[in-house]
Design a binder for this molecule. Structure first.
Ligand SMILES: Nc1nc2c(c(=O)[nH]1)N[C@H]1C(S)=C(S)[C@@H](COP(=O)(O)OP(=O)(O)OC[C@H]3O[C@@H](n4cnc5c(=O)[nH]c(N)nc54)[C@H](O)[C@@H]3O)O[C@H]1N2
Ligand SMILES: Nc1nc2c(c(=O)[nH]1)N[C@H]1C(S)=C(S)[C@@H](COP(=O)(O)OP(=O)(O)OC[C@H]3O[C@@H](n4cnc5c(=O)[nH]c(N)nc54)[C@H](O)[C@@H]3O)O[C@H]1N2
Ligand code: SF4
Ligand SMILES: [Mo]
Length: 767
């Protein structure tokens, strides 16, 4: 065993102060000396750290950071350094399983795929393709999503395809579309090297993107540290480092952001000429936020007026600014409306499109960007607009199908609606890939009932036995990271290649091969009778090359990228094309946004009701490349504490685990660092309920209950927090999944569910 540090105890590692640029520090952890290294990148969060896989005799024996990579300059965090051991876990799925007489039994690929194909054909014939739904991931590879997107849209023609990205970063995409006309982050990680201020809204970066946080820690340790404004109701690792920490009540991001914008406008800290030249909607926005005086904000959010003023001073006077928003915004009340206020801050101050300034409507999952880009989440590939007939025609031409074959008569079905259709029985086959909804969806009791319905045929494609595979009719064993080749894109538009390092165990197959196999067996054809594009792909590289063509001229232009170019050095940002052969660091340098009617990804929604706007409505606005400034007034959360359920619950993550722990739970080191769930509560609430640290506590909402040991401190009085990682696969018995408690509600615009608040009550169950 050799490791450059113990990343469990020392999460971020030693400081490497700035000297003009971020120094290299190569982090490594190997259990044996590898005989060779294979280029890859980490898939345990959206940061996308460049990483090499160490291989010995056909097994992974360790990893190290890639010094030359633009994202991490060699660094890796605890999950990156430890999670690879899961590839070799003894309980990997190695054979397909088919349910026979109520029991899952081993079967051949031939049997499993034939059954799925037979079922699909029957359903299409009897009930049309709309009886088939796909629920995919933010953790597969670009080529796999594109294969799925093409087979679903051009092959089957079902409108029911979405990813768990709906739970994750649907709001990121929605907020970027609302303000700038399309998805795609304006900035670049290099902005963190020089920026004067950082704003983190509902984002615990220190814990959730540890390497990106290291970049900030190194700035804080250097000669010109940036100011940090953190908005989070809990005193997180991130908040501990804040210059100003604002801890609002759950669900009050909109009034808080309105209050900040109001102070900044009132103080005259806005860039009038930028606003006039490059935006639309200023007067309307000003009118809305002007109602949010510091006193009114304090009353509603609990944030003291003087703290709001201190934050507004930083955000109003910094000459460069990097902002991020994540789940404290996206999974909370008025998600898109709140996220858009972060965009507005930058637009009002003219702080984007140049070095040192950027906005991250953050991603969470490693490949969520690609789910969105490739159309596996219901959006159309390469940020095309489902309401734009010309965009549909372009796709139809690329795929050699009639435009009417591509579902576009209404907005694509979002995941929460897909599950609703399963509940109602109109979707009769659901194909789940790379996600574990029986832990991650809200209101688990309802989801358990839906998935067990007789009328629903369920396919689950995963690498491990999970809470979800146990309910499947067919389980397909998937190859994972390290066992297949493909590309993926991180949140700052950096595209990495990950090469196959080892063979998958047993008969497990890459998702790409499974999707292409299905498409071929279904015998999908183009309009001239020739096999559909996806059926002709032999390797992921074929799919990547087809994808490049699909992106030509679109914001996410990949035409300048190739497997050859991505292999060797470091990740490359899109757009990458003839004009920008090495990628482009900043979007919107000229202040021209993707809002033009022929180019935009969406005609937009009403921010309050979520109702989609038509081509003709949009024509009246005619933004012609200007960004939208859109304001919103406050709406209270759908469930608030009352006498029966007097406390707020919020849920989220821990540094040592990834989601439902299928990988991190199989690393002894990570699991030892965070072996169990807990309920975090304030000392005041603990005293009120007579609860001591470590006492077992029952937490109950209107939808279910869990039992968790108490952990006292670090949260506002009236608010309890439960990490959502802990399901049942490794510890059946005690109910402990946070989503037993959460609510089936979602944001009007992005349709992202509300995991960040619910009303609960607590009681001690033993000492
Ligand atoms: N270690 C680790 N890292 C991960 C992941 C993981 O599972 N583990 N998952 C990855 C993925 S997919 C994602 S999406 C990201 C998520 O990364 P984050 O968004 O940073 O994670 P969360 O813990 O879900 O939520 C962030 C914070 O929101 C705060 N919050 C709750 N309610 C509110 C509110 O009303 N307003 C505000 N302002 N804040 C609120 C919570 O207190 C919490 O600290 O992390 C990625 N990185
Ligand atoms: N209460 C609460 N609930 C939440 C959240 C919250 O903050 N609070 N956050 C939400 C968010 S942001 C997210 S992203 C979701 C995450 O929720 P999930 O997506 O359900 O969680 P994961 O554990 O990441 O599930 C991914 C699955 O894919 C499998 N897998 C990994 N790699 C591959 C592969 O290459 N191929 C295939 N076929 N399978 C693979 C893994 O074994 C695992 O079972 O949870 C959401 N749920
Ligand atoms: S920050 Fe994210 S991508 Fe980087 S090593 Fe950690 S988990 Fe992996
Ligand atoms: Mo996520």
């Amino acid at each position: 065993m050799k490791e450059t540090r113990d990343s469990i105890d020392d999460i971020w590692g030693s400081r490497t102060g700035y000297e003009g640029q971020w120094p290299v520090r190569v982090d490594e952890r190997i259990e044996e000396e590898p005989d060779h290294w294979v280029q890859s990148a980490c898939v345990l969060c959206s940061n996308g750290c460049g990483m090499d896989i160490g291989v010995k005799e056909g097994r992974i024996v360790g990893v190290r950071g890639r010094a030359e990579d633009r994202v991490n300059h060699g660094r890796l965090g605890p999950k990156g350094l430890h999670s690879w051991v899961a590839n070799h876990s003894q309980d990997r799925l190695t054979k397909p399983l088919i349910r026979r007489n109520g029991k899952l039994e081993e079967a051949s690929w031939e049997e499993a795929m034939s059954l799925i194909v037979q079922k699909s054909k029957e359903l299409v014939q009897k009930h049309t393709a709309s009886s088939i739904g796909f629920y995919t991931s933010g953790q597969l590879l670009l080529e796999e999503y594109y294969a799925l997107g093409v087979l679903g849209k051009a092959g089957l023609g079902t409108p029911h395809m979405d990813g768990n990205t709906r739970l994750c970063t649907a709001t990121a995409a929605a907020a970027l579309k609302v303000s700038f006309g399309s998805d795609g982050q304006p900035g670049s990680y290099t902005d963190l090297d020089t920026t004067e201020a950082v704003l983190l809204v509902g984002h615990n970066m220190a814990s959730q993107q540890t390497v990106l946080w290291t970049r900030i820690l190194d700035r804080l340790a250097g000669p010109n540290p940036p100011h940090l404004v953190v908005i989070d109701p809990r005193l997180t690792y991130t908040a501990e480092k804040a210059t100003v920490h604002l801890a609002p009540r759950a669900g009050t991001n909109v009034p808080l952001m309105n209050g900040l914008l109001h102070l900044i406008i009132e103080a005259g800290h806005i860039n009038q000429s930028y606003i006039e030249a490059h935006t639309q909607g200023f007067e309307e926005l000003k009118k809305i936020v002007s109602k949010w005086t510091p006193e009114r904000v304090e009353q509603l959010t609990g944030v003291p007026a003087e703290k709001l003023l201190a934050a507004a001073r930083i955000l109003g006077t910094c000459r460069t600014l990097v902002s991020t928003a994540l789940q404290g915004v996206y999974q909370s009340m008025q998600a898109t409306a709140a996220a858009v206020q972060v965009n507005n801050l930058h637009l009002l101050r003219g702080l984007l499109g140049h070095p040192g300034s950027g906005i991250y409507q953050m991603n969470g999952q490693p490949t969520a960007q690609n789910t969105r880009e490739c159309g596996a989440d219901g959006d159309l590939p390469a940020f095309r607009n489902w309401g734009n007939e010309e965009h549909i025609k372009e796709l139809a031409k690329l795929w050699n199908v009639h435009p009417d074959q591509i579902p576009h008569w209404s907005p694509p079905t979002h995941a929460m609606q897909i599950w609703r259709y399963c509940e109602q029985g109109s979707i009769k086959m659901l194909w789940i890939s790379g996600t574990n909804p029986l832990v991650s969806l809200p209101e688990l009791d309802r989801v358990r009932k839906i998935i067990q319905q007789e009328s629903l045929f369920v396919v689950v494609q995963d690498a491990f036995p999970t809470e979800t595979t146990q309910y499947a009719d067919v389980v397909l064993p998937a190859a994972i990271w390290g066992e297949k080749t493909g590309t993926f894109t991180n949140v700052d538009r950096t595209v990495h290649i990950t090469h196959k390092a080892i063979d998958p165990p047993g008969e497990a197959r890459p998702d790409f091969d499974i999707f292409v196999d299905y498409a071929r067996r279904m015998d999908f054809r183009g309009q001239d009778g020739s096999p559909l594009l996806v059926c002709t792909w032999k390797t992921p590289e074929d799919a990547f090359n087809a994808w490049r063509e699909c992106t030509r001229g679109r914001p996410c232009d990949y035409t300048g990228l190739s497997y050859a170019k991505l292999t060797g050095g470091s990740g490359i940002q899109w757009p990458c094309n003839e004009q920008y052969p090495n990628g482009k660091t900043h979007l919107y340098e000229d202040g021209v946004f993707n809002t033009a009617i022929d180019y935009c990804e969406t005609y937009g929604h009403d921010l309050e009701t979520g109702a989609p706007r038509s081509h003709d409505d949009y024509k009246l606005l005619d933004p012609q490349g200007k960004a939208f400034l859109k304001g919103s007034d406050y709406e209270p959360p759908h469930e608030v504490p009352d006498e029966q359920y007097p406390l707020w619950l919020t849920t989220g993550r821990l540094v040592y685990h990834f989601h439902t722990r299928t990988k991190t739970g199989r690393s002894r080191a990570l699991n030892h660092a965070a072996p169990d769930g807990f309920v975090q509560l304030s000392a005041e609430d603990a005293a009120r309920y007579g609860i001591q640290d470590g006492d077992m506590v029952e937490v109950e909402s209107r939808r279910g209950k869990v039992q968790e040991p108490a952990r006292i401190g670090g949260t506002e009085p009236g608010l309890v927090f439960i990490p959502f990682h802990y399901g049942y696969w490794d510890k059946p018995g005690r109910p402990r999944a946070a989503n037993e408690l959460t609510i089936t509600e979602w944001d009007a615009v992005s349709k992202q569910p509300h995991y960040k608040y619910a009303a609960v009550r607590i009681r001690k169950v033993n000492a």
